[in-house]
Design a protein around this ligand. Structure first.
Ligand code: GTR
Length: 359
């Protein structure tokens, strides 16, 4: 009894934020990293309420959560893939993730073609590619807006319109540090990695997670929170991704703008940092640095002012410099393509060159 009271007292003394440390991201981290992870999850992305859920099942190339939420994966293998020689994997949310939960009907022909070109290119280089529509994990919309737009279009409400939030919580019972959509999507990538581990043709120890823009922010969150990802690649992820907040880039997106447009991507505490980009306690280089000792790759577009290419490069440079001091060399890659906010074969070529010697 005394022991139990002491234990409860200790928990109270540790405070509520420490209790939130149940996020599976904390497994296997050293103390210094735990503190930093705690800060970022408390202040930006929120905590996942569950790790690998006991009620997750695999049905062919689909993942089903609690028998309710189904996520379909597209899987392409390189020629000659076999169980004897499982292949390295590139994992990404595909271009349907820009469709705000409306699914395939808005998956445009150009995006469809680009994804097919990427699939063909990646597999021609000897890698498998796995991609899926992240809206199936959690729609890229606030719940109320999503339901209203479905009604307006006369579409029936799916039984669980708000994806994993409806199954595992974090929507109606939201607290200031509950997971936002980016953390939920990153969690989705981890569940896909659970699935990859069951596939004999795929080498689950050689998986690179990548993504563009909002899905670049997501790729970083996945790489940081799940040490099974061997390489983390953020393409044009900007604010809340690879862009340093404490770097003057006037035409780039700032915290007050991203939290006005997309508050649901983050935990509610992030709103407290509106207007304080330059004073924020920890910056995005420290967040990306949490992928160490694994590899990090960052890419930008030279004219992508909103993402802030110079501020993204500055962050990658800071990570590389910090890691060099720790004896980690050649683990950070960077390129900047000519042009704007794009993610295409040019990026995959350079990224796969990096992977060839590291994945
Ligand atoms: C923008 C947003 C960016 C970026 C982008 C995208 O509107 O402000 O942070 O993530 O969307 O994902 O395409």
């Amino acid at each position: 009894m005394i022991k139990r009271r002491m234990f409860l007292g200790l928990l109270v003394a540790m405070g509520a934020t420490t209790l939130m440390a149940a996020d599976p991201a904390f497994d296997k981290l050293d103390a210094g990293k735990k503190e930093l992870m705690q800060w970022f999850l408390d202040n930006e992305y929120g905590h996942a309420p569950v790790g690998r859920p006991a009620d997750m099942t695999f049905q062919g190339n689909s993942i089903v959560f609690a028998g309710k939420v189904k996520v379909d994966l597209t899987v392409k293998l390189p020629a000659g893939a076999s169980k004897e020689k499982p292949c390295p994997v590139i994992l990404m949310g595909d271009f349907r993730a820009w469709n705000n939960g409306m699914h395939d009907d808005k998956y445009s022909h150009e995006q469809d073609k680009l994804q097919k070109d990427i699939d063909a290119y990646v597999t021609s280089r000897g890698y498998a590619i796995v991609h899926y529509n992240l809206n199936e994990v959690a729609p890229d919309q606030p719940r109320r807006r999503m339901i209203a737009s479905l009604k307006q279009q006369g579409k029936p409400l799916p039984p669980y319109p708000y994806g994993v939030f409806e199954v595992y919580g974090g929507e109606s019972d939201r607290t200031a540090t509950s997971w936002g959509t980016i953390r939920a999507w990153a969690w989705g990538h981890s569940r896909v990695l659970d699935w990859i581990e069951t596939q004999p043709m795929l080498d689950a120890k050689r998986v690179a997670v990548c993504g563009h823009s909002r899905l670049g922010k997501t790729a970083i969150c996945a790489g940081v929170t799940d040490p099974r990802f061997k390489i983390t690649y953020s393409n044009a992820s900007g604010c809340g991704g690879a862009k340093l907040n404490k770097f003057k880039a006037d035409r780039s997106e700032h915290i007050h703008q991203i939290t006005r447009g997309f508050p649901y991507w983050f935990c509610q505490n992030y709103l407290k940092w509106r207007g304080h980009d330059l004073e924020i306690t920890h910056d995005q280089d420290e967040w990306m640095g949490l992928v160490s000792p694994r590899c990090l790759y960052v890419a930008s577009g030279s004219k992508d002012d909103w993402a802030g290419p110079a501020a993204e490069k500055a962050a990658a440079d800071k990570v590389a410099a910090a890691w060099e001091k720790q004896g980690l060399k050649g683990k950070v890659g960077y390129h900047c393509h000519e042009g704007g906010h794009a993610f295409d074969l040019r990026d995959f070529k350079l990224f796969l060159d990096f992977c060839d010697t590291r994945l």
